[in-house]
Design a protein around this ligand. Sequence first.
Ligand SMILES: [Zn+2]
Length: 236
Amino acid sequence: MNKKILAAFLCVCMVVVTGSFPVSAAKTKKTYKIAIDAGHQGKGNSKTEPIGPGAKMRKPKVAYGTQGVKTKVPESKLTLQIALKLEKELKKRGYDVYMIRRKQNVNISNKQRAIRANKSGADICIRLHADAASANVRGVSVLYPSQQNPYVAKLSKKSKKLSKNILDSYCKSTKFKKRGLSKRDDLTGTNWSKIPVALIEMGFMTNKTEDKQMQKKQTQKKMVDGIANGIDQYFK
Ligand SMILES: [Zn+2]
């Protein structure tokens, strides 16, 4: 049987079995699209760009990011590992996914990342990062724009809800310490967004324990499940 005949045959079977064309089922539930931005890239880019539409203040296009104090893994590699696993998990749960990058060797500024996410038709954008501080600091923060943000104030409420959903479910899944939500209005990749956006600092790479943990396969699964559960919660 060739493919066309097979497709027609299956369609007829669906009509017989369900009493309707198979397309009707898909129409009842919207498929949400998630943009995933794996923070940083193989090499930073110190050229600058405005931190928001019309902004005088400028910041580097892509910062280098931090590095595992124990594992020596760069932040850009950790965020990519999690992004690729999150993509798989979200697709499994029925979401469409738009990946801003899927390799290290790219040069995409934070402004460009936001614009690409906007244009992709995604409903929300998840920005993946890891934190850095002195050795004993650990835990998880999620960053969102405040209601006073000069560029994206109207995204604040939804971004906060998304951020809270992700923070709660991520910490529940990983058992990492919850540091909390943080209002940030100086983030280029957030300020150019046109869709609700959450930036998760997944843990501290400057903390030996969290650095090692975040490279474990089991922990990465919990990290990914936690973020995906938060997204489920947001759309509920
Ligand atoms: Zn970062």
